[in-house]
Design a protein around this ligand. Structure first.
Ligand SMILES: C[S@@+](CC[C@H](N)C(=O)[O-])C[C@H]1O[C@@H](n2cnc3c(N)ncnc32)[C@H](O)[C@@H]1O
Length: 403
């Protein structure tokens, strides 16, 4: 590990941004070149066209007042100059396009979502990847979005509604490290609640979701806390075809299959974990306005860093637990450090014998580098002309499968 004194920082190339010493120290400790943050103007902004809106290309170009440059390695994505802001454009307000970095799109594509899949997005907010996942599923399968922040997850709900992508989705405010609800399998879940349990716990049957729900409906959207003080999942949105309508509370919040995930788990899980966001140049740039001291408090506090890495490992572990045998998980973060990426994976793989790292086939054409561990990928502003992102793909081998 490199020595992190201010003296040695002076020997490092610095950035044109007035990055605070503590951030420079952090970068140095993690062998990240601060001049990376000078590239902010040379990285394009990316947009994704919602499926079915491809015929609007010319209208989109006219509104943007520029030519769209198709990202050759990522279907549906286009690069536009970074100075163009899309929020005021009608094509954005009408839900035809959304802003999403190309590296984020690659992480979603790496999951290889297939029609009919049951997909879990364990850190879903603010929701760009969730929207893309839903767009890929189309009118099939199911999508469960989880986030610990109610406010941020509410933004996801707004996004799903704006883009009319919520029909097969359900959103839970919950801790992703302990979330344990499996995909709804209608016939199975419906059989679960019977007799006394049903009568005392489950009178309420869920009707079509409405933003103006009565208090009784909001109350029922929370799982009853069995042990007081524990935070239980709260359902804050469900679509028409999410499988929720017509089910009772007990059927939705049933955990009886908790230990049998190998058959009833999710086909695909995305763990886009909370991180220090140091790979997102645009995010770091925002601290110029928010104040650099906020960066120190919010991202680099030593205690927070320890907790963060513990959180990442727990999220990955729980996401994997919720996967069915043969299912696929993608772990990603927008940190460039190895501590939040390769090291987390190594710790996880040591403890999880049924987990296997696999090659991301599509990546042959992607402008990214290999991570420190073979088969993992790193997008970075220099090589990829995208935001920084680490991506790793894992499969869950069956307990009965020989390695
Ligand atoms: C990198 S962001 C996810 C970005 C999102 N996937 C997207 O594409 O818009 C990480 C998210 O993890 C959430 N988070 C943090 N701790 C969590 C936890 N214990 N369980 C679930 N979500 C958590 C944060 O609220 C944040 O929204």
């Amino acid at each position: 590990m490199v020595d992190s004194t201010v003296e040695s920082i002076k020997q490092l190339p610095s950035s044109n941004l007035p990055l605070p010493t503590v951030f420079l120290e952090f970068l140095q400790k993690n062998c990240i070149d601060p001049s990376l943050y000078d590239l902010h103007d040379s990285i394009p902004r990316y947009i994704r066209i919602k499926r079915g809106n491809e015929s609007y290309l010319q209208k989109i170009e006219a509104e943007l007042k520029c030519n769209l440059q198709a990202v050759s390695w990522l279907p549906g994505f286009f690069a536009i100059p970074s100075y163009i802001h899309i929020a005021s454009l009608s094509i954005y307000r009408e839900g035809k396009i959304y802003g999403m970095d190309a590296a984020s799109g690659a992480a979603v594509l790496a999951l290889n979502v297939l029609p009919g899949d049951h997909v879990l997005d364990l850190c879903a907010a603010p929701g760009a990847k969730l929207c893309m996942l839903s767009d890929m599923l189309g009118d099939t399968g199911s999508l469960t979005g989880v986030d610990i922040s109610r406010q941020r997850l509410a933004a996801c709900r707004t996004m799903l509604q704006k883009y009319a992508l919520g029909d097969h989705c359900r959103l839970f405010v919950a801790d992703g490290t302990s979330f344990s609800l499996l995909p709804l399998r209608k016939n199975l879940n419906a059989k679960l609640c019977s007799g006394s349990e049903k009568s005392e716990y489950n009178q309420y049957v869920f009707k079509e979701w409405s933003s103006r729900r009565r208090w009784i409906e909001r109350k029922n959207a929370k799982k009853t806390s069995i042990i007081s003080g524990t935070s239980e999942p709260e359902l804050i949105f469900y679509g028409r075809y999410s499988g929720i309508i017509g089910l009772s509370k007990c059927e939705i919040f049933d955990k009886r299959f908790e230990h049998e995930n190998s058959d009833f788990g999710y086909d695909k899980v995305l763990v886009d974990a909370e991180c220090t966001h140091d790979g997102s140049i645009k995010h770091v740039q925002k601290f110029e306005h928010w104040g650099w001291e906020t960066l120190q408090r919010r991202l680099l506090d030593a205690q927070r860093m320890d907790n963060l890495m513990h959180l990442q490992l727990q999220l990955l572990t729980n996401g994997f637990k919720l996967l069915k045998d043969g299912g696929t998980l993608v772990y990603s973060t927008c940190s460039l450090t190895t501590a939040q990426n390769e090291s987390i994976l190594e710790q996880f793989l040591l403890k999880n014998k049924h987990a296997g790292l696999v090659e991301i086939d599509l990546a042959k054409d992607w402008p990214c580098k290999s991570g420190r561990i073979p088969k993992t990928l790193r997008f970075d502003p220099c090589t990829s002309k995208t935001s920084g992102l680490f991506v790793a793909k894992l499969v869950k081998r069956s307990k009965y499968e020989n390695k």
